[in-house]
Design a protein. Structure first.
Length: 543
């Protein structure tokens, strides 16, 4: 049965440039989307810039401009970065789009009509110095659970969801004053109503990363608490109710609703149906994000969907661990980061994509180091993959007038290729991308060994038929590698298809005919001088 595949990538805050740690958590979405398109499935892959929320307001305050100025700047930068690195979103939108506002407000009213939202007076932090209620992220202090420094919405150290009033040693992020508290009317999401439904949902979940399962079960064991769904904020989606002027729908409710609003916006723009990606039959949904966003995707968004009714719940939770940099946490405030605009200006997109999948934080925290990145490029992409493609095609150009020779494929190699499609496809569908990529590169290394063992440079002199079989086989291997690796390193795969005159691929064994003429063969990858390692580390440390 043909599936409808929905893929939702987490929405990065438009308050600063993307760093590699963020891209590492988002890249699996593009790999999975490309794979399912190759399989011929209907795919809807959406995301967008989170243009609301406190981080953007804080940045705007720091620069003395409106939040929209900040959101515009970084949204446009994100678009360019995602284009350069090859993200194949069907729609990349933004949360300050009027269409998003309408959908979120509709959802809010639906939840209210279904009795999932209720109103109560709530005590909130208020800063007398700033003369305003403080958004959660404007309140800083110590986590009541582990004592670590934390924001008013969440503790990054122990992953506890927080209310600002719970923090010890509270202070205002803007003026450093000590906030007081005042009461204000707000709507709450009755999360506790869904305790048993969400327990059943998590118990039967398959295809979740281990971190998502463990953390979600921990929240459920502690008992779900109702959470405010509106806030006294200056920037965001208005609460569509009389008497609530000046209040906004809380960003953690509003941003996750972007998956549905983006689907509807895509459908509206393309004349397509969003329903087929959100009904319960024949749909498979993937949610791609970092581990800091787990509860929003495994509890809060499912609760909203259950509250509305009739919409498909998340299937696969692809929640990455953290990427560190040269052994230390990424820190945007201390500029300890590899910024995506910089690395894409200096290095090939496929090099970045390859490293972040082969060495990425799939099941545990992993480290980006300039040494490993450059050796990864030189040793694997250039030394194994690029080398096999180049030596094979150059040989065909030199000895066969640039045409695939007449020959018979090595049947063992053909079986291995066919098995790879099945095996890697299965791994990709499970979100086990690192294993899938390693399987392909293990095969590539065996292909280089095959080339060495066949010794075509001797065969061409002593047994031309054997040589033709060898190079015909190598041609077929390269053609199939351009499909198998398309989800991972699409730019070099597109180049290979150009060399071989191949049309757009589909997931499955392909054979190119003998006498097919090669065109414009060039080296796939250039060696990176290892002196760049020291240059990059010094540059990083000098900031």
């Amino acid at each position: 049965m043909e599936m409808s595949i929905f893929i939702g990538g987490a929405w990065p805050y438009a308050n600063g440039s993307l760093h590699l740690g963020r891209v590492a958590s988002l890249l699996p979405g593009d790999v999975i989307a490309r794979y399912f398109r190759l399989k011929g499935e209907e795919v809807l892959y959406v995301s967008g810039s989170d243009c609301h929320g406190t981080p953007i307001s804080i940045q705007a305050n720091n620069e003395g401009v409106s939040p929209k100025v900040i959101a515009d700047r970084y949204h446009n930068e994100f678009l360019e970065c995602f284009r350069k690195i090859g993200f194949s979103y069907d729609l990349y939108t933004r949360t300050d789009n009027p269409f998003h506002y309408e959908v979120v407000q509709e959802l809010f009213v639906q939840l209210l009509d279904h009795g999932i939202l209720y109103k109560k007076a709530v005590e909130q932090t208020y800063c007398d110095g700033c003369e305003r209620f403080l958004p959660d992220r404007y309140v800083e202090g110590n986590c009541p659970h582990c004592g670590s420094a934390a924001r008013g919405d969440q503790c990054d150290s122990c992953s506890a969801l927080l209310d600002p009033l719970e923090l010890h040693n509270r202070s205002c992020k803007v003026c450093n004053g000590t906030p007081s508290s005042r009461f204000s009317d707000h709507y709450f999401l009755a999360l506790s109503k869904f305790q048993h439904e969400l327990e059943a949902f998590v118990d039967q979940a398959e295809g979740w990363r281990e971190n998502a399962t463990q953390l979600t079960k921990r929240y459920l064991a502690e008992g779900l608490q109702d959470r405010a769904a509106t806030r006294d904020l200056d920037w965001g989606v208005d609460v569509p109710l009389e008497g609530f002027e000046g209040k906004k729908i809380y960003v953690w409710v509003e941003a996750v609703s972007g998956y549905l609003s983006a689907s509807k916006q895509w459908a509206n723009q393309c004349g397509e149906s969003w329903v087929k990606f959100w009904t319960k039959e024949g749909v498979k949904s993937y949610y791609i994000h970092g581990k800091d966003n787990i509860p929003f995707h495994t509890l809060i968004w499912p609760a909203i969907l259950l509250g509305i009714g009739g919409l498909h719940l998340p299937d696969q939770i692809v929640s990455s661990e953290f990427l560190t940099l040269e052994g230390k946490k990424f820190s945007t405030s201390r500029n300890w980061a590899v910024w995506v605009p910089y690395i894409l200006e200096k290095y090939e997109a496929d090099s970045v994509r390859y490293f972040l999948i082969a060495n990425g934080p799939e099941n545990r925290d992993t480290d980006f180091s300039w040494r490993e990145f450059i050796y990864s490029h030189n040793g694997e992409l250039l030394g194994a993959f690029g080398n096999f493609v180049n030596r094979s095609l150059v040989f065909i150009e030199k000895f066969y007038e640039g045409k695939i020779p007449f020959g018979a494929i090595d049947l063992k190699m053909k079986r291995q290729i066919e098995e790879l499609y099945y095996h890697c496809g299965d791994l990709i569908e499970q979100g086990r991308l690192k294993e899938a990529l390693e399987s392909i590169f293990s095969f590539i290394r065996s292909c280089n060994k095959y080339f060495d063992e066949q010794k075509p440079w001797i065969q061409i002199k002593e047994n031309v038929d054997s040589c033709s079989n060898t190079l015909f086989t190598c041609g077929q291997v390269i053609a199939n590698l351009s499909t198998l690796l398309e989800p991972f390193v699409p730019f070099s795969c597109k180049k290979i298809r150009g060399f071989l005159g191949l049309v757009e691929p589909s997931w499955g064994y392909v054979e190119i005919p003998a006498s097919r003429e090669l065109t414009q063969v060039e080296v796939l990858f250039q060696r990176i001088d290892v002196s760049r390692i020291e240059e990059e580390v010094l540059r990083l440390k000098s900031h």
